[in-house]
Design a protein around this ligand. Structure first.
Ligand code: ADP
Ligand code: MG
Length: 606
C-alpha cells in the first residue's frame, strides 16, 4: 500500500488530491486547496504546493513523509494578464453640456428657457421662459430675493448655481424649480442661449436629456441635428442632473483616441488590427490566423506596453530572453471606462468606449521540472511532472457521474480558459485561451469604477440586494428577506453584496442595483460564453462546435452562480449538452487536474 498525491498548480489556486493505492485499486482520501504562490510555472510556486499538500494531509492525519509519490501538472502552460484601453474621449468644444451627480440637487423635473444671469432678470421686458445662472458672488439668498421679485412676464423654469446650495435656494423660492448646483466653472455657461435642465427625483436618474429624442423634443430639432446630440445624450446617461445648452457653434464630440494596433503573427500570415476598431475586429483578426506564433502590440502605445509587460514579467521569472517569450492568444472585449470629460465645467465623467484585452503566454516543461526537482529535495518524496495537463483534466472530469467518452471539457480558471476533447479512440486534443475569471473581475472593476480589485471579485461572486429598511432587504430577484435584529444603520438604503451567513457588504457609490447586475452579467458573458464557443470550435474534430455532444465545465469559475448557466444556455444553441462537473461525485467542478494526476500514479511516469 502507498499514499500518492496529485498537485495542480493553477494561476490562482493550487489543488491537491490525496489517494491510497492498494494493488490495482485507488481510493481517494482527501482534497487540499490553497492559493498559488507567485506566478504559475515558477519556483515561487513551491510554497503554495506545501500549503495545499499540508491542507489535504492534515485532514486524514498524514504527514509529508507518508507519501510515496507526488505528481504535478506538466508545463502549467498559461499565464494571463489583463489590461484596459480607452478608445474614445468626449470633448466639449463649447460649454454645451453639464451632467453630474451633485449630493444636493434641488427640486425635480425638466425646465427649458434662455440662460440669464440672475441679476439681469430686471432688464427683461418681453414674455420669456428663463433659466437663471447664479454665480457664487451673488449667493442663494440674494438670488432667491431677485427671483421672487421678478416681474410677471418672466417665467423662471430652472436655475444653475455655482455653490452646493440647490436645496437652500429652493426652500426660499415661492415656486420650487429644478436646480442644478455645484457647477464649479459657472462662468463657462453661455448666456442668452436656449437651455434645458433636468433634475431626476431622488433615487433615479435623468431620462429626457439622456435620450437623443428627448433633447430633440425640448429644442425642436431636425433629424440631422438630433444625430449630433447622440454624444451629448450618452454623456448624460446615469446622471442625477443634467444641462444641455444650444449654442450656435458649440459642440460635443466623441472622438476616437489613437490606441495603437496589435499584430497577430501566424505560420503563414500576419494580420494587423487597430485597437480603436473595437473588440470584434480584433477577434476577427485573431480568429483569421490559425497557428498563432506570437502577438505583438504597436510600440509606445498602451497595448504595446501591456503586451510588453507580460513578456517582461515572464522573462524575469523564467530566465528566458524577452524576445523568446511568445504571446499565443488574446481575448479582446468591448467595455466602458469612466473618464473625465475634457472641457467639462462640473468635473463631468463620461463612460468612454474601451477595449479590455487579456493575453496569454505559454511557459514550458523545463520550469515544471525545476519545481519538481526542488520539491523532491525539500519533501524527500519523489515528485514527477505528470502527463499532459489536458489528459489529466479529462481523466479527472470523467469521474463526474454520468459522463463517458467522447467528451469535451472546458476548464474555466482565473487567467485562462482551457478546453480539451477526448474521442472514442482515447485521443486528446487541447487548447488554451486568454481570458477567464480575472478578466471578468477587471471588466466589472472598470465599468463600475470600483477602486479595489478584490471588491470587484466580490461583485462577481455574490448576488445583490437593496437594504430597504433596518429589518428587511430586497434581493436582486425581487424576494424580500426579513431580519429579527436591526441591521447596521450604515448600510440603510444601500446596495449590498449578500455574502455567506447573511453578511452584507455595502457597495459605496453604486446606487443602481440594475446597473451593477447588468454589468456583472455582461462581463461574464463577454468572457466565458465567447471563450467557451471559441475553445470548442478549436478542439472540435471538424472545427464546428456542433460536432461535440457533451461538455463538462470545471475550474474555479465553474463555481460561479451564473457562469455555468450562461454557458449551458449558449451551448444549447449548438445542441451541446453542457453542465458543471462534479469531480469524484463530491468535489464539484474543482480538483479535476489534481484528481487525474493522482489517478496517473497507478501508471509509470511517461
Ligand atoms: P486556476 O486553475 O487558474 O488556478 P481556478 O480554477 O482556481 O483557477 O479558478 C480561479 C477563478 O475562479 C478566479 O477567477 C476566481 O475569482 C474564480 N472563483 C473562485 N471561486 C468562485 C466562486 N465561488 N464564484 C465565482 N468565481 C469563483
Ligand atoms: Mg486550473
Amino acid at each position: 500500500m502507498k499514499y500518492v498525491a496529485g498537485v495542480d498548480i493553477g494561476n490562482a489556486t493550487t489543488e491537491v488530491a490525496l489517494a491510497k493505492i492498494e494493488e490495482d485499486s485507488l481510493t481517494f482520501l482527501a482534497s487540499g486547496i490553497g492559493p498559488t504562490t507567485g506566478i504559475k510555472g515558477t519556483l515561487q510556486n513551491v510554497n503554495g504546493v506545501f500549503g495545499s499538500l499540508k491542507n489535504a494531509l492534515d485532514k486524514v492525519g498524514l504527514d509529508f513523509a507518508d507519501l510515496s509519490e507526488i505528481r504535478i501538472n506538466e508545463a502549467a502552460p498559461v499565464i494571463g494578464d489583463v489590461a484596459m484601453e480607452t478608445i474614445s474621449e468626449t470633448v466639449i468644444t463649447e460649454s454645451t453640456v453639464i451632467g453630474h451627480n451633485p449630493s444636493t440637487p434641488g427640486g425635480a423635473g425638466i425646465g427649458t428657457g434662455v440662460s440669464v444671469m440672475v441679476d439681469e432678470l430686471g432688464r427683461i421686458t418681453e414674455e420669456k421662459d428663463v433659466i437663471v445662472v447664479i454665480p457664487k458672488f451673488i449667493g442663494f439668498e440674494k438670488a432667491a430675493e431677485l427671483m421672487n421679485n421678478a416681474k410677471k412676464n418672466i417665467h423662471i423654469k430652472g436655475a444653475i448655481i455655482q455653490t452646493d446650495d440647490g436645496n437652500l435656494l429652493n426652500n426660499r423660492l415661492n415656486q420650487p424649480i429644478p436646480v442644478i448646483d455645484e457647477v464649479r466653472m459657472i462662468e463657462k455657461v453661455p448666456l442668452g442661449m436656449e437651455c434645458a435642465i433636468e433634475v431626476a427625483p431622488i433615487g433615479s436618474v435623468i431620462s429626457h436629456l439622456s435620450n437623443p429624442y428627448g433633447i430633440a423634443t425640448v429644442f425642436n430639432l431636425s433629424s440631422e441635428e438630433t444625430q449630433r446630440m447622440v454624444p451629448i445624450a450618452r454623456s448624460l446617461i446615469g446622471n442625477r442632473s443634467g444641462v444641455v445648452i444650444k449654442t450656435p457653434s458649440g459642440d460635443v464630440k466623441a472622438r476616437n483616441v489613437k490606441a495603437g494596433s496589435v499584430t497577430i503573427i501566424g505560420e503563414r500570415k500576419e494580420v494587423t488590427v487597430d485597437v480603436d476598431e473595437g473588440a470584434e475586429k480584433i477577434m476577427e483578426g485573431v480568429n483569421s490566423v490559425s497557428d498563432i506564433i506570437n502577438i505583438k502590440g504597436e510600440k509606445e502605445t498602451n497595448v504595446g506596453i501591456m503586451l510588453d509587460k507580460v513578456r517582461r514579467v515572464m522573462s524575469s521569472l523564467t530566465g528566458k530572453k524577452k524576445r523568446d517569450i511568445m504571446i499565443q492568444d488574446i481575448l479582446a472585449v468591448n467595455t466602458f471606462n469612466p473618464q473625465r470629460v475634457i472641457g467639462g465645467i462640473a468635473d463631468e465623467f463620461a463612460l468612454e468606449n474601451a477595449v479590455g484585452i487579456a493575453a496569454m503566454v505559454r511557459s514550458d516543461r523545463l520550469q515544471m521540472e525545476m519545481i519538481a526537482h526542488t520539491l523532491t529535495e525539500k519533501l524527500k518524496v519523489p515528485v514527477f511532472v505528470g502527463g499532459v495537463e489536458a489528459d489529466m483534466a479529462i481523466k479527472g472530469a470523467l469521474t463526474t457521474p454520468g459522463t463517458s467518452i467522447p467528451l469535451a471539457i472546458v476548464d474555466m480558471g482565473a487567467g485562462s480558459t482551457d478546453a480539451s476533447i477526448i474521442n472514442r479512440e482515447g485521443k486528446v486534443k487541447l487548447i488554451h485561451l486568454a481570458g477567464a475569471g480575472d478578466m471578468v473581475s477587471l471588466l466589472i472593476q472598470s465599468e463600475l469604477g470600483i477602486e479595489d480589485f478584490e471588491m470587484a471579485e466580490d461583485v462577481k461572486k455574490y448576488s445583490l440586494a437593496k437594504v430597504e429598511s433596518l429589518f428587511h432587504i430586497r434581493h436582486e430577484d425581487g424576494t424580500v428577506q426579513f431580519f429579527s435584529k436591526p441591521l447596521d444603520p450604515n448600510i440603510f438604503s444601500k446596495v449590498v453584496l449578500v455574502k455567506e451567513n447573511d453578511e452584507l457588504i455595502p457597495l459605496e457609490g453604486q446606487d443602481n442595483i440594475e446597473k451593477v447586475k447588468a454589468v456583472r452579467v455582461e462581463a461574464k458573458k463577454k468572457v466565458f460564453v465567447t471563450n467557451a464557443i471559441r475553445a470548442l470550435s478549436m478542439v472540435s474534430p471538424t472545427g464546428n462546435p456542433r460536432d461535440i455532444q457533451f461538455v463538462v465545465m470545471v475550474g474555479g469559475s465553474a463555481l460561479d452562480f451564473e457562469i455555468p448557466n450562461f454557458v449551458t444556455d449558449a451551448l444549447s444553441d449548438y445542441d451541446i449538452v453542457a453542465g458543471r462537473g462534479n469531480i469524484r461525485g463530491c468535489e464539484g467542478p474543482r480538483n479535476a487536474v489534481a484528481t487525474g494526476l493522482a489517478m496517473a500514479c497507478m501508471e509509470p511516469v511517461e
